[in-house]
Design a protein around this ligand. Structure first.
Ligand code: B12
Length: 518
């Protein structure tokens, strides 16, 4: 069959992500004997629709597969909903071809029925695409009804039918990213060459979806030699500047990641690595030295909070002591580390928020240390169906029975006074160039000129490592709040009202003091 695969993700800023999942599917589909073509719309700008129409007209596909990665940007202080332009894309595809349309990708895995209905697609693939998609193609080729195939969803008499994906297997081929996608624009904006060393996440964080339909909770580890061979092949063929491990958590399980680091060190070449992300547990001197020797110069780290209470409430697999020990060890090395803090989960109060801010103010500033830390604070926690947080949010009136989970929906602890929280975060950010707040994501609009300059100066990526320097400049010149919305607290309240919430945050009542039970 002639199979056209489309990357619909047009986020073309400093965080641009080459469509690794789509390339896995492309390789598996070709290996099954199909004729595959990939269209990447990421950097097509306004010419995206023309690029897609041209590809469909010239390739004449029998099936069109679309990858949909992001639903929204998970940021209450600078919300972006990515789906409307993708609806337009599927409408366009329908106008040009009668080929069945199949949707896959993380957005499809997270909310399959809603995505299928919204996009008006014929089939949806949940979780890993390699095997499910190929089996679906085989059924379509033979004129068989594809019901009952693991991971395949569809509407039958307007009822959504999905057969659960099989998350015990792992497809073993290499995705060959650099073969399917033109990596030059990604390189220019400073983004990396993605590699995945495993699927599955065994952590149980209350808000997270990774261990469900995205990857499942059972760890599926790739053979270490395969992972490093893939890096080596890419190094020879495409010479990327940086490789990025896109595992849910690179250092869990720690022994698998140690084996990968040791295997990289054993190889005769040098390459630079980064990852999204690591958890603070086991991040000691020995582990960090190994990362450094393997070529890691940066990583993202997800403590989520600097308060022991909140770390417990989020059900993280570490304690505040682990976070403190990790910070001390990281600070001794010239890494760039991007720390994520999620403010507003169940039990959060202005005191626990202050504990997180104090952690950052004490542990993360440079103060003669070789490290570059960035501490990113988000306010409000995005709620997803089938998580523990969804249940709590239902009980507390943040999510109504008719809620459409495709719409960005938030939980924000009623123990937190919103105005005071914004004041606390802004005060800390004024003192500390390491701190970024959710609305600073607006600065990403300067990605292209910044990327152009960084590229010209041959500066090392990922370019987020320069956020601290940019912020220092912003604080010195007084332009720090250039992208701050006029009424941040009002915006937060409006978002909560839009989702049907009627509690103390919008009714003007007093903040709740009793703790939410997690
Ligand atoms: C690594 C990562 C990042 C890195 C990416 C680095 C890089 N160079 O790529 C960074 C930190 C930059 C990042 C940023 C963002 N991320 Co992110 N990220 C991830 C993470 C952990 C892994 C993604 C990945 O690469 N997976 C590996 C590939 C192989 O898997 P896959 O894409 O799912 O593909 C498989 C299937 O989906 C399917 N499939 C995929 N495409 C297709 C197509 C067809 C036709 C078929 C049949 C099947 C199919 O088959 C594939 C192979 O089995 C996921 C969470 C997760 N565990 O999935 C979040 C995730 C994708 N990110 C998410 C978000 C929101 C973002 C941001 C918008 C956040 C922000 N405010 O900036 C940005 C967007 C960046 C961008 N350019 O799009 C969300 C997206 C869903 C949502 N809530 O909207 C996720 C799911 C996390 C979450 N909150 O639940 N991210």
């Amino acid at each position: 069959m002639r199979v056209l695969l489309v990357n619909s993700n047009v986020k073309d800023d400093l965080l641009a992500a080459p469509p690794l999942g789509l390339c896995y599917v492309a390789t598996a589909t070709e290996a099954a004997g199909h004729n595959v073509s990939v269209v990447d719309l990421c950097f097509a700008g306004l010419g995206g629709k023309r690029k897609l129409s041209r590809a469909i007209r010239s390739f004449q596909p029998d099936v069109v597969g679309i990858s949909v990665r992001n639903i929204d940007n998970v940021n209450m202080l600078r919300p972006v909903w990515y789906l409307p332009p993708i609806v337009k894309l599927t409408e366009l595809i329908r106008k040009i071809t009668r080929a069945p349309v199949v949707v896959g990708g993380s957005a499809a895995s997270l909310m399959p029925e809603e995505m299928l209905r919204l996009l008006g697609a014929d089939y949806i693939i949940v979780s890993d695409g390699e095997e499910s998609f190929v089996r679906l193609l085989r059924a379509l080729e033979r004129g068989e009804r594809p019901e009952g195939l693991p991971g395949v969803g569809m509407l039958i008499d307007d009822k959504f039918r999905l057969t659960e994906p099989d998350l015990n297997k792992l497809w073993t081929g290499f995705p060959d990213l650099g073969r399917w996608v033109d990596l030059r624009p990604y390189r220019k904006i400073g983004s990396s060459y993605n590699v995945q060393s495993k699927r599955g996440c065994r952590l149980r964080c209350i808000y997270c979806t990774y261990n469900q339909s995205l990857e499942g909770s059972r760890l599926r580890l790739r053979p270490v030699v395969d992972v490093v061979d893939e890096v080596e092949e890419a190094l020879v063929r495409h010479q990327p500047r940086i490789f990025e491990f896109v595992d849910s958590t690179f250092n869990d399980p720690v022994d698998h990641s140690v084996a990968i680091l040791e295997e990289i060190i054993r190889r005769p070449w040098n390459a630079e690595f980064t990852t999204m992300g690591v958890v603070p547990r086991n991040l000691d001197d020995e582990y960090l030295d190994l990362m450094w020797r393997a070529g890691f110069r940066s990583f993202m780290i997800t403590p989520d909070s600097g308060s022991d209470t909140m770390i417990r409430n989020y059900r993280k697999n570490f304690t505040l002591d682990d976070v403190l020990r990790a910070a001390e060890a990281i600070n001794r090395r010239p890494f760039a580390a991007w720390w994520y803090f999620m403010i507003g989960g169940p039990g959060e109060t202005n005191d626990t928020l202050q504990e997180s801010l104090d952690f950052v103010l004490e542990q993360l500033p440079r103060r003669g240390r070789p490290v570059t830390n960035i501490a990113h604070f988000f306010l409000g926690v995005r709620v997803y169906p089938r998580t523990r947080l969804w249940e709590i949010a239902r009980q507390e009136g943040f999510v109504s029975a008719q809620a459409d989970p495709l719409q960005p929906t938030w939980y924000l602890s009623e123990g937190l006074d919103i105005d005071q929280a914004i004041h606390q975060m802004s005060q800390a950010a004024l003192k500390c160039p390491e701190i970024y707040l959710g609305f600073d994501e607006g600065l990403l609009m300067f990605s292209k000129p910044a990327g152009f300059i960084f590229n010209l100066l041959k500066l090392r990526g990922p370019y987020w490592r320069y956020f601290r320097a940019a912020n220092t400049f912003g604080l010195k010149t007084g332009i720090r709040w250039i992208v701050r919305p006029a009424d941040v607290a009002g915006m937060v309240r409006d978002a909560l009202e839009r989702q049907g919430y009627e509690g103390v945050h919008v009714s003007g009542g007093c903040a709740r003091r009793e703790a939410t039970s997690v």
